[in-house]
Design a protein around this ligand. Structure first.
Ligand code: ADP
Ligand code: MG
Length: 596
């Protein structure tokens, strides 16, 4: 047999390697912004066209590069940031692998102009798909101006897999925000298709957070500050009453690098124990500084996870520190430090703590409204509607098989368990219904119908609620606006990133329209769309999520009955729109077995 192993041509090897670093336009934004920060820039301008698929350009006033460096910077493993393996343990820059520019040049068309500050003349290099097309002297501003055009133009399979413009733009905005939050001392701006999305002057951390997330964040921020020998913690954490049910405002930065850290996230959540509404997550912007040698730097270039040497101790310090801040601001009644063995935590603040005030809307009645489907308090209309349904077929949908002998009547014995499940006695045993998923299914069918027929019922707000959104959320809102209007939302743009909500779907059992919009946006962001699913279905699913009766809500008997009745009129009462089971039956045999 002949020899069959060949060395891949450089261009192919580079394209493969590039896939590791450059996954989408947002990766360009991150890598180029980080290079500009590493180059000591004070002013960094990011220009995007078509959500980054035609252009990502970053202009900085950093050190710039010499002619030779400029050419060399596109070679793989070309970096000015480390030179020996020991350096890996003392990294203070964002980059150090020397891979980003080489990767970018392999899969896009790059044009760079760069000039050192004490130089008369700068250099320009053009590279397409790793091939240097041009290198010549130019006159340009000190600093670096790099334009990356037509990402993946030579890898059609990858270009095809870019998501919608709004999705790619959202990823870009996320990366932009992370770098901007980590470096408040640097001025950043972001422009998309000639529209300025952000303009963030040099500032302190607090002002930077407000610049990114809007003025309404200001009242929510509580200072967090702790200095220990292991780690220095600074930043802000959000007041519990401002906590949203959506993720998006939780940030850890370790040595000025954005990181996800689910273990440390728990330290913060634990500090808020018992003072948050169910499912709410506080905003936080926590900056940790630790000796680079105590951090595992050998992380994948695009991963945002990190490993500390003393993770458990850091957990405790962070937990105690957030708790102390909440205590100082009278948010939690007492400080219960549990940090034996940590000697260098400063004492807690000396202001006496008071009991927290928790507001609960005790007189909310979800059946208050004018929607036909709830008008009758006794729900007689439903009994009537119901009696016409084929009982055998209906029962079959519940279990999928062999329960055709069920009576098919609404089980009279209904009750709610832990404000979460509805239990009914049925002929074959005990039926358990997940209240939220059931309501989600009911609403989903209703919203799909509204979206098809433009037949929504809206409930007007006497006092319209206003909500400030960031650019990423505004972009999503404009994408789904028409759909959610058809379902009963009336939304107006007030300028200054603020919207007012003038009406919401009357079928909603979530009484807070602001929270609903937040949940819809968050669901829409995180929900991966099935290839076969239409946008209408996706919108209906997000809306159903947001409007469904939450867990933890005590239901009145007529409400329980209505949910049960309506569920079994749905097209698919067995599964929620996101595919989770709604109904389960514990059979008599199973019950008998338990007591045998
Ligand atoms: P890394 O950042 O890991 O070193 P990159 O491929 O991102 O690798 O960049 C390679 C080198 O090019 C950097 O080490 C730096 O010396 C230089 N460089 C890149 N971008 C800039 C910039 N905006 N200003 C000055 N130098 C830069
Ligand atoms: Mg870099």
């Amino acid at each position: 047999m002949p020899d069959i192993i060949k060395l891949l041509p450089d261009s192919v090897a580079n394209q493969i390697a590039a896939g590791e670093v450059i996954q989408r336009p947002a990766s360009l934004v991150k890598e180029l912004m980080e290079n500009s920060v590493d180059a000591g820039s004070n002013n960094i301008k990011v220009i995007i066209k078509d959500a980054g698929s035609s252009l990502v350009q970053v202009i900085d006033d950093g050190t710039g590069m010499s002619d030779t460096d400029c050419r060399l910077s596109f070679e793989r493993h070309a970096t000015s940031k480390i030179s020996a393996a020991e350096d890996l343990f003392a990294i203070s820059t964002k980059g150090f692998r020397g891979e980003a520019l080489a990767s970018i040049a392999a899969v896009a068309m790059v044009e760079i102009k760069t000039c050192l500050h004490d130089s008369e003349i700068g250099s320009m290099v053009k590279i397409n798909g790793s091939k240097v097309e041009l290198q010549e002297p130019v006159s340009c501003q000190p600093g670096t101006n790099i334009a990356v055009k037509n990402l993946f133009y030579n890898v059609p399979a990858r270009r095809k897999f870019l998501k919608s413009a709004s999705t790619e733009l959202r990823h870009i905005i996320n990366e932009f925000q992370r770098v901007a939050l980590a470096h408040p001392g640097v001025k950043f701006s972001l422009h998309h298709n000639d529209k300025e999305l952000f303009n963030l002057p040099q500032s302190n951390i607090r002002q930077r957070i407000i610049g990114v997330f809007g003025k309404s964040m200001n009242q929510s921020l509580i200072n967090v500050e702790t200095d220990t020998s292991l780690v220095k913690i600074s930043g802000f954490t959000g007041k519990p009453e401002h906590a949203r049910k959506t993720f998006g405002e939780q940030f850890f930065f370790v040595n000025k690098r954005y990181m996800r850290h689910s273990y440390l996230h728990k330290a913060i959540m634990e500090a808020y124990k018992n003072i948050l509404a169910p499912e709410a997550v506080p905003a936080y912007f926590i900056f940790l500084e630790a000796d680079p040698a105590s951090i595992d730097v050998n992380i994948h270039p695009t991963k945002t996870e990190i490993k500390f040497e003393n993770e458990r101790v850091i957990w405790q310090i962070l937990h105690a520190s957030v708790r102390e801040s909440l205590g100082k601001f009278n948010i939690i009644p007492s400080l219960d430090f549990d940090n034996e063995g940590i000697v260098d935590i400063p004492p807690a603040g000396n202001k006496p703590a008071e009991m927290p005030v928790i507001n609960i809307n005790s007189d909310f009645n979800p059946f208050r409204d004018e929607d036909g489907y709830r008008r009758d308090p006794n729900l007689r209309a439903w009994d009537k509607l119901y009696s016409g349904i084929d009982s055998a077929g209906r029962e079959e949908t519940i279990t999928g098989h062999k329960h055709k002998d069920e009576t098919g009547h609404v089980p009279e014995k209904l009750f709610q368990v832990r404000n979460r499940y509805i239990i009914c006695s049925v002929k074959s045993g005990l039926m358990i219904i997940d209240q939220k998923r059931a309501h989600e299914r009911i609403l989903y069918d209703k919203f799909i119908h509204a979206l098809q027929n433009d037949a929504s019922v809206a409930q007007k707000n006497m006092f319209p609620k206003t909500l400030e959104l960031d650019q990423a959320d505004l972009a999503i809102l404009s994408e789904i606006e028409e759909g959610i209007k058809n379902c009963g939302f009336d939304i107006r743009y007030l300028g200054n990133n603020t919207i007012s909500i003038n009406s919401q779907p009357s079928a909603s059992m979530n009484e807070d329209p602001v929270e609903m919009i937040e949940i819809i946006l968050e669901e829409y962001k995180t929900m991966e769309k099935d290839p076969g699913e239409s946008n209408r279905e996706k919108i209906a699913a997000c809306m159903a999520r947001a409007a469904a009766v939450p867990y933890g809500r005590t239901l009145e008997m007529p409400e329980i009955r209505e949910i049960v009745d309506k569920l079994f009129l749905c097209t698919n009462p067995n599964y929620s729109p996101s595919g989770k089971p709604i109904v389960s039956i514990i059979t008599l045999e199973e019950l008998d077995k338990k007591l045998r």
